[in-house]
Write a protein that binds this ligand. Structure first.
Ligand code: NAD
Length: 352
């Protein structure tokens, strides 16, 4: 009995966003899905080839830091629900250029909040600002413990500080102006279409090309890995069944040390590429640590499990196999990204 029809997904040309867009366009022909993306280095419309001609899909090229353009788009399209994923997302880049993260992640989010609020402030019913965030806002864990929704924020990198700030603004708009919102904080994602600067695709790519495999510090940094499609299922459930003003933690209950993930990928690829066991692991190099590096992340996902009946479907090894196969079958995607060619793809496709 939901009456809304238009959903704005920001950052839909990126890694997680492209999975979200594909899922919603295919599963909900009754919704019009608008994908708003600036197509930065991380955005790639080739990720969406499968659905680009669907009648319920429209791409809008726009930068969320452009206040006037964003408010004009809201006036024109009257987006009823927003799933906000557009962000600068790479921690290492945030260390060299923090301001870019402030602009997109904080000011960009504020522009969306303002445009949404101006459009709907007399009629918030059935509207939603759904903000996609990260577990990195909680800082680092010791050997034990888990991040809960009530864990105090303690961001350590410019990336996580900018995401924490945007989370606070979303909450503040809910408290101050009554903007209906939900926030979810998810652990590390992996899967097809992930930009090869991130750890898992970087390792896969370097193993294929027999290049050095750079492992930070002692390799014992621990992450809770979640297959991207499991995150998408959680986002779908939260959009439809989540409660106003709630926060949901999403995670795989799947903690791995970086060195163990790297070794596992080496094993998988040695087999698939018919290399002698142990060959790829010989490429591992321990490199100088990332400053401010969080030691361990792990999510307590019991709230979303209990309230919305979500749990991850993909076992880690299964998800990694699918991911490795995808990168092996899509070497051209990878080659184009590395050479920067993909930037030319959209010029011929879209002129908006
Ligand atoms: P990504 O870097 O792959 O994609 C980001 C997308 O946002 C790109 O398409 C890019 O073009 C677009 N974008 C960047 N700046 C923009 C701007 N100013 N205006 C409009 N579009 C812009 O990121 P991702 O890994 O898919 O992450 C998506 C979201 O999920 C982010 O908000 C991130 O913080 C969050 N998140 C990511 C993970 C993860 O493991 N990757 C985990 C938890 C949360």
């Amino acid at each position: 009995t939901e009456s809304y029809k238009s959903i704005l997904i920001t950052g839909g040309a990126g890694f997680i966003g492209s999975h979200v867009v594909r899922h919603f366009v295919k599963k909900y022909p009754g919704y019009t899905i608008y994908n708003l993306d600036a197509l930065t280095y991380a955005g790639n419309l080739e990720n969406l080839k499968e659905i680009e001609d669907f009648p319920n899909y429209e791409f809008i090229k726009a930068d969320i830091t452009d206040e006037n353009k964003i408010s004009a788009l809201f006036e024109t399209y009257k987006f009823e629900k927003i799933i906000h994923l557009a962000a600068e997302s790479h921690v290492d880049r945030s260390i060299t250029d923090p301001l870019a993260f402030v602009k997109t992640n904080i000011i960009g989010t504020l522009n969306l909040l303002n445009a949404f609020k101006s459009l709907w402030e007399n009629d918030f019913e059935n509207k939603l600002f759904y903000h996609i965030s990260t577990d990195e806002v909680y800082g680092s864990l010791g050997e034990t413990g888990l991040f809960k929704e009530s864990t105090p924020y303690s961001p350590n990198s410019p990336y996580s500080a900018s995401k924490a700030s945007s989370d606070h603004f979303v909450r503040a708009y809910g408290e101050t102006y009554g903007v209906p919102y939900i926030i979810s904080n998810c652990s590390n994602n992996y899967g097809p279409f992930q930009f090869p600067e991130k750890m898992i695709p970087l390792m896969i790519n370097n193993i294929i090309q027999e290049k050095e495999l750079p492992v930070y510090g002692d390799g014992k940094y621990t992450r809770d890995w979640l297959y991207v499609e499991d995150h998408v299922e959680a986002i779908d459930l939260i959009l439809h069944k989540g409660k106003n003003k709630e926060t949901y933690n999403i995670g795989g209950v799947n903690e791995w040390k970086n060195i163990d993930v790297t070794n596992l990928l080496c094993e998988i690829l040695d087999q698939k590429l018919n290399r002698k066991a142990g060959t790829s692991a010989g490429l591992i190099q321990f490199v100088k640590d990332r400053p401010g590096h969080d030691r361990r992340y792990a999510i307590d996902a019991s709230k979303i499990q209990k309230d919305l009946n979500w749990k991850p479907k993909f076992d880690f090894k299964e998800g990694l196999e699918i991911t490795v196969d995808w990168y092996l079958e899509n070497e051209n995607w990878l080659k184009k990204i590395i050479s920067g060619d993909y930037r030319y793809y959209y010029r011929n496709q879209y002129t908006r």
